[in-house]
Design a protein around this ligand. Structure first.
Ligand code: PLP
Length: 385
């Protein structure tokens, strides 16, 4: 038997120059995400993978589902983590809830509302939109009037608009949707783990989030949930879900008791998410929401002391993400660059309509601490004066 490869199996391309082992710079991530992960989450992740059908892994999946239900305050049986970032979980809600021709109403008040519009169109929805200026929220009356006018099958709305820093009040919307035979789909990417959410009480039918913000985990694994009403629509579909990878009808056979292989799960990210959610439970949901509110209030006071103003009125301001107005004559990008080069601090610039007009400052999960506020305010004060 030949023990050497034949000559024509030699590599066709020359290897790249050899690199030294990876070193990652230390950053304080105070932008719109990712935030720094809790070191205990990184330690949990930093272990050997096990098989995605190993009994120990299956038990871990059950734990993650239960922890996610608590974090979202829902009893939805169909609650799991999508292998992908928040956008994958976002697409999962649209792919599973929408059939071609369904009317989808998207309430747009920032950048991520438009992403929902784009996705819904790609799945063949008849999309209609309503709008609020970037920095404001919808009233229940506006949303109810739009439900009456457009009669959508799905209403999609962002709870925490990361492009504007606005918290969209959701009380009463779920029952208005149910009255109009419409499913309520909510983006909780920048709220989960940092802002009070009561999915069942608010009668939310589909929701998704991410791991890298309020949950203090690495990016790449994303919470997803469907209410029994949303599952009933899934079961009535005339056509299969157009996205195989995100099809909840297939995935629930892997996450549920049947344990049917679907894909090779990102097992190390599951370790990380389990640890992040375990730490959230250890801290307690209410103390965690309180911590985010206190840290944000302390930050807002510090901004006022520096003569800076927030873009959003206080009653609608997210504790997780603040949009700070860039003073006249200041180059927003140059300030961001200097914070990075001189202080290793990352902040975000404005997106879309707010480009160049605001900085986006995240105080989320592990990073929601007064010491980080002090560090940032000191750096910002020095750079600006
Ligand atoms: N929705 C909102 C409100 C977001 O802020 C983001 C990302 O920041 C996303 C969706 C997309 O999430 P990801 O970047 O994890 O794909």
């Amino acid at each position: 038997m030949a023990t050497t490869l034949s000559p024509n199996t030699s590599a066709r391309l020359a290897p790249p120059a050899s690199l030294s082992p990876l070193t990652v710079p230390k950053r304080l991530l105070l932008g719109p995400g990712p935030s720094n992960a809790d070191p205990r989450v990184i330690a949990a992740m930093n272990q050997q993978p096990i098989g995605h059908l190993d009994a120990a892994y299956l038990a871990m999946m059950d734990e993650v589902q239960e922890l996610l239900r608590y974090t979202w305050q829902t009893t939805n049986p169909l609650t799991y983590a999508v292998a992908g970032t928040g956008s994958a979980a976002m697409e999962a809600t649209i792919a599973n809830a929408v059939e071609p021709g369904d009317r989808v109403l998207v309430a747009v008040k920032g950048y991520f509302g438009y992403r929902l519009v784009d996705m819904a169109q790609r799945y063949g929805a008849d999309v209609v939109t309503i709008h609020r200026p970037w920095g404001e929220a919808f009233t229940l009356e506006e949303l109810t009037a739009a439900l009456k006018e457009h009669r959508p099958a799905v209403l999609a709305i962002v709870h925490a608009e990361t492009s504007t820093g606005v918290r969209q009040p959701l009380e009463g919307l779920g029952s208005a949707c149910a009255d109009h035979d419409c499913l309520l789909l909510v983006d909780t990417v920048t709220s989960l783990g940092g802002v009070p959410i009561f999915l069942d009480e608010w009668q939310v039918d589909l929701a998704y989030s991410c791991s890298q913000k309020g949950l203090s985990c690495a990016p790449g694994i994303s919470p997803f949930t469907m209410s029994p009403r949303a599952v009933a629509k899934l079961e009535r579909r005339r056509q299969p879900v157009a996205n195989w990878y995100l099809d909840a009808a297939l995935l629930r056979k892997y996450w549920g008791p049947e344990r049917v292989y679907h894909h090779t799960a990102p097992v190390n990210l599951t370790y990380a998410l389990r640890e992040a959610l375990r730490l959230l439970v250890e801290e307690g949901l209410e103390p965690r929401w309180q911590r985010h509110q206190q840290t944000a209030t302390y930050f807002w006071q510090g901004l006022a002391d520096l003569g800076l103003t927030c873009h959003v009125e206080e009653s609608l301001r997210l504790p997780t993400l603040t949009t700070v107005r860039v003073p006249n004559g200041v180059d927003a990008k140059a300030v961001g660059r200097q914070l990075m080069t001189d202080y290793n601090i990352e902040v975000g610039g404005g997106l879309g309509e707010l480009g160049g007009k605001v900085w986006r400052i995240g105080l989320m999960g592990y990073n929601s601490q007064p010491e980080h506020v002090d560090t940032l305010l000191h750096a910002l004060g020095t750079v600006l004066h």
